[in-house]
Each structure stands twice: as C-alpha cells, then as structure tokens.
Design a protein around this ligand. Structure first.
Ligand SMILES: Cc1cc2nc3c(=O)[nH]c(=O)nc-3n(C[C@H](O)[C@H](O)[C@H](O)COP(=O)(O)O)c2cc1C
Length: 186
C-alpha cells in the first residue's frame, strides 16, 4: 500500500492547518496515512557540522527526533506539508526539520528521499493573497531541489482563530487535492 506522510507544522493542535490536513486525508482512499506533528517533536536546527552519515550510518549526529522522521520521509511515497504561515514562511519548528534534510543533499548520501510527490496545504490570517508568495515559492523550490514532484498547493486565506476553517470551502478544496493521488494506490 502506498504511504502518505503529513508533516504538520502547527503548534496549535486541532487548528486550521490540521483541519485542511484532515479533509485531505479523509478524502484519500487506499493509502496508508501517517500524520507527524513536527511541532511537538524535538528537532534542533542544523549545526552545519558536516558530520552527516558518520554516526552509525545515521543521517545526523544530533540525538533528537529527526533521524526517526528521516526514516518516515524515506518510506513515504507522497508528503504533505500542512502548516500555518508564520511571518510569510514556514513555522520555525518545521523549518528546522526542512533544514535537517541537508544530509540527503550531500555527495556522500547513501540513502535517498528523491522521487516523491508532494503537496502544500497552508493557511494564514491575511486576506492579501500576495502575502503567501514567499512561502509558496519556498515550497516550490524546495520540492524541486529535493527531487519531489509538486502535485498541488492550497493557500487558505482569512483564517485566524482556531476553528475558522470549519464550514469553509477550503476543506472541500483540500479534499479535492487528494484526488490527484487517486489511481496511485496499491
Ligand atoms: C507566530 C505567528 C505568526 C503568524 N504569521 C502570519 C503571517 O505572516 N501571515 C498571516 O496571514 N498569518 C499569520 N499568522 C496567523 C496564522 O497563520 C493563522 O492563525 C493560521 O490560521 C493558524 O493555523 P493553525 O490553526 O493551523 O495554527 C501567524 C500566527 C502566529 C502565531
């Protein structure tokens, strides 16, 4: 069975990005889904020590949750970034995990995360669409850089309070994106 990994970037449990992720996952049939609450994990920033793969063949010498998350990312066929926008970018905790993909982008990398499909589900309080531009471009360039195929983006605006996504058309739009993985199950 194909595996979907959802990287959830909000420290607010049950918030708007979680609602978007929930709608996406509920619509996805025939896939094994794992939702990883990245914001509750202990993941430090990259130390730029250049010691990738040198400790027991693990991606990183730091002893935190990232090496386990790396295994989940490697195993996934598709990855969803489900995250609020913070200051026009990814929240710091999710950005730390992204930075820690560094071991896979080096010449001595014995394992691969390339060849996946990916989505971005994000939300913000703003009603100004261009305020999402930097985050969306960051996601697109990241996907290209790590060798993932962008399958779709949803940037849900005007969502501030917890629960604001409920009853909005954004949820149906998130669910519709999941259809793009249909036919890929098995
Ligand atoms: C630290 C912080 C930074 C934020 N920065 C932005 C921002 O730059 N633009 C925006 O539209 N909303 C911003 N917001 C609002 C959140 O993106 C918004 O409330 C979102 O719906 C939260 O999603 P969640 O419920 O999944 O956490 C920020 C919120 C916080 C707490």
């Amino acid at each position: 069975m194909k595996q979907l990994l959802v990287l959830e970037g909000s420290p607010r449990r049950g918030g708007n990005s979680a609602a978007l992720a929930g709608a996406f996952c509920a619509a996805l049939k025939g896939w094994q889904v794992e939702r990883a609450a990245v914001c509750t994990m202990k993941i430090r920033g990259c130390a730029a020590c250049e010691q990738c793969w040198t400790r027991e063949g693990k991606p990183c010498v730091q002893r935190d949750d990232m090496n386990d998350l790396c295994l989940k990312i490697e195993a996934a066929d598709a990855v969803v970034f489900a995250t609020p926008m913070y200051y026009f970018g990814f929240p710091a905790q999710l950005k730390a995990a992204i930075d820690r993909l560094y071991p896979y982008c080096k010449g001595n990398c014995p394992r691969s995360i390339r060849g996946k499909r990916c989505f971005l589900l994000t939300c913000g309080a703003t009603s100004e669409r261009e305020e999402f531009d930097a985050l969306l471009e960051n996601y697109r360039i990241l996907a290209r850089y790590v060798g993932w195929e962008d399958m779709g983006i949803l940037a849900a605006d005007s969502l501030y309070e917890k629960g604001a996504a409920e009853g909005t058309p954004w949820l149906a739009q998130a669910a519709a994106l999941a259809d793009r993985l249909a036919g890929g199950a098995s």
